[in-house]
Design a protein around this ligand. Structure first.
Ligand code: UD1
Length: 340
């Protein structure tokens, strides 16, 4: 298949592109490199030995997008481009609504003009807000209790895509609701390279382990969870990437939401201990106040992805820690320096 990947140079994108190429799909990436690096795509070429087309552009530039759709002629689009910092979205909400909504609106219009009717969208478990039940099923309540503009843009994108699909009876859209992606490609050549101090747990832990940050702040230890710290569903980014490849097989008209997770919950302290075991020493941490807007626990029901595509996460938490640590050790400053 010919696949256009928006945001394909980023953390998830580079792994998705790698797995698409491994399955002999032809890929073109459009990315503005605002939170990613062209070096990531170079390394994808090194890993796969295959070419990947690339255009540096803002997806909101409809003329550029239209000319890529015309010349590349994709069968499907995987739409990952967007801003993703929860804390930044609270400070700059208009920017988040502008970028995350207009990219999708322009993309849908350009796909319509070009007659392309298959979309896989990068959504998030954040759309479930405060969980109405556990595990979270695709039929669980969405939209209630989302605490930040970033999360609301994901939810609004789901609504926009569903309305678009309803208005275009042949359109097929998959909304992939990611739980918590962690890990890296086993080569150690690509991985997560946050531009700023990380907001998320896994990149923070790896940066403490490598000495870039002094200690982890554990946000609260009095939640109603087995050890009092927050529980999440950490899914290896390679499994997540394979989930996108599986989603490409989906051609049913209409919109289908699918959770990508492991179905297992892991606490902050469990993740920290798993990572310490891989690194071979204790990683310093301090318990601090809970982070506003955090929920106690969230993990996925993964039956739907298994039932419709036969996809399930196969890599363990320990493998994710090994791979994340290999990436961080080989690239202590991310993509800004050649691999060690
Ligand atoms: C967060 C976002 C979510 C977004 C997702 C993207 C919030 C409230 N939610 O999810 O909208 O889709 O990232 O990956 O920000 N933790 C610490 N110390 C840290 C960082 C995190 O203890 O330095 C804890 C958190 O309290 C939580 C767990 O680790 O219990 C995971 O946090 P994080 O990686 O930020 O993911 P989410 O909060 O699940």
């Amino acid at each position: 298949m010919r696949v256009l990947v928006t945001g394909g140079a980023g953390y998830i994108g580079s792994h998705v592109v790698t797995q698409l190429l491994a399955q002999d799909h032809q890929v073109h990436v459009i990315d503005d490199l605002s939170n990613s690096s062209i070096e990531g795509l170079r390394r994808v070429r090194t890993i796969t030995g295959q070419e990947v087309g690339f255009t540096r552009a803002d997806l909101r530039e409809k003329d550029t997008l239209t000319s890529i759709l015309r010349s590349f002629g994709p069968d499907a689009v995987i739409h990952l481009a967007g801003l993703k910092s929860v804390s930044e979205s609270v400070v700059r909400p208009a920017l988040y609504y502008n970028v995350n909504l207009n990219t999708t609106l322009v993309l849908l219009a350009a796909m319509g003009d070009a007659g392309i009717g298959r979309l896989v969208f990068s959504s998030s478990a954040t759309v479930y807000g405060v969980p109405s039940e556990l595990p979270l099923r695709e039929t669980s309540a969405v939209g209630m209790g989302i605490t930040n503009p970033y999360g609301r843009t994901k939810y609004m994108n789901e609504l926009i895509i569903a309305d678009h699909a309803a208005a275009h009876p042949d359109f097929s859209a998959v909304l992939l609701r990611y739980f918590n992606p962690i890990g890296a490609h086993p080569s150690g050549l690509i991985g997560e390279d946050p531009a700023q101090i990380p907001n998320n747990l896994a990149p923070y832990v790896t940066q403490v382990a490598v000495g870039r940050l002094p200690y982890l702040q554990v946000f609260g230890d009095e939640y109603d969870t087995p050890d009092g710290t927050g529980v999440r569903d950490y899914v290896h980014v390679m499994d997540l990437a394979d989930g996108h490849v599986a989603a490409l097989s989906h051609s049913d008209a209409g919109v289908t939401a699918v959770n990508l997770g492991t179905g297992r919950g892991t606490s902050v302290l469990e993740l920290l201990h798993a990572f310490s075991a891989v690194v071979g020493r204790e990683i310093p941490y301090r318990i601090v106040d809970p982070r506003p807007g955090d929920v106690a626990a969230a993990w996925a029901d993964v039956a739907r992805a298994r039932a419709i595509w036969g996809w399930e996460a196969s890599r363990t938490l320990s493998e994710a820690c090994v791979d994340a640590w290999r990436w961080q050790r080989q690239n202590p400053n991310g993509f800004s320096a050649p691999p060690a």
